[in-house]
Write a protein that binds this ligand. Sequence first.
Ligand SMILES: CC(C)=CCC/C(C)=C/CC/C(C)=C/COP(=O)(O)OP(=O)(O)O
Length: 280
Amino acid sequence: MRTVRALWGSSHPGPTLVVTALALALGIATGLEAWRLVLLTTAVFVGQLSVGISNDALDAQRDRAVGRTDKPIARGDVSAGVAWGAALGVLALALVLSAPLGWRMLAAHAVTLGSAWAYNAGLKSTPWSIVPFLVSFGIFPSLATLSAPDPSFAAWWAWIAGASLGAAVHLTNVLPDLDDDARTGVRGLPHRLGPRVAAIVAALAVVAGAVAVLLGAAGGDLAAVSPVSWLFFAAVVAVAGTTAWRAIARPPSRALFRLVMLAALLLAAQMVASGSAFVA
Ligand SMILES: CC(C)=CCC/C(C)=C/CC/C(C)=C/COP(=O)(O)OP(=O)(O)O
């Protein structure tokens, strides 16, 4: 039980659950039948576990060096060997669960996870640290559309919305850790931009994602945007505004990342509520 709790704690549970909820919402918006929806959601959940646990397994020495008490592997609650076994096991399971949804979905999920693992494996310490987030979150809406009986990629605007939110996730996630990262040599893009610029660019990326969903779902015609979509758009812009305001007025905190997650959930809810067809 202690091991399971430690592995769950290493999986970055908050983001794992949010990404899983996003997959569920996009699957519903795509109109997937029940078994496809269950497989898609479970495969994404399990894949996220693999990304989160491998991230903490790779970071364990650095986390120990800076005394991070929120990291179960660094704390010694579970051994690195067990964590690696679990990360590889759930990675394989994610791919096995994706396979019945078709080879296109399997390939897309493999690329999504490969890109996330590449971040963990070293890209996080380079100026290119944002690229895996653009790639994985850009492809993400297509995991739902490729799970349909008649598979196709998501529409262009869903790629833009996904990539924009992915950028915002990365730019805000690392902000509370900048000092620890400086001590252990992790210098990704947000570290180079500095906390304020990173958070303001993140807020702008959230607005770009909201515009993509608003216009894309209405076929580019502002007059065709439904009142429900305008409501969601206003809510997401308010969340982005709060993110920018907090970045200017207060020291960087975990709240900025949570605001970006909230914006992602609102945009996914908008796609469900407005019945957006986001198939290419
Ligand atoms: C849709 C999808 C599959 C997206 C995943 C994309 C991606 C690159 C994920 C990496 C997530 C992760 C574990 C970040 C932790 O980063 P950190 O090591 O910088 O920070 P932390 O461990 O201190 O939180």
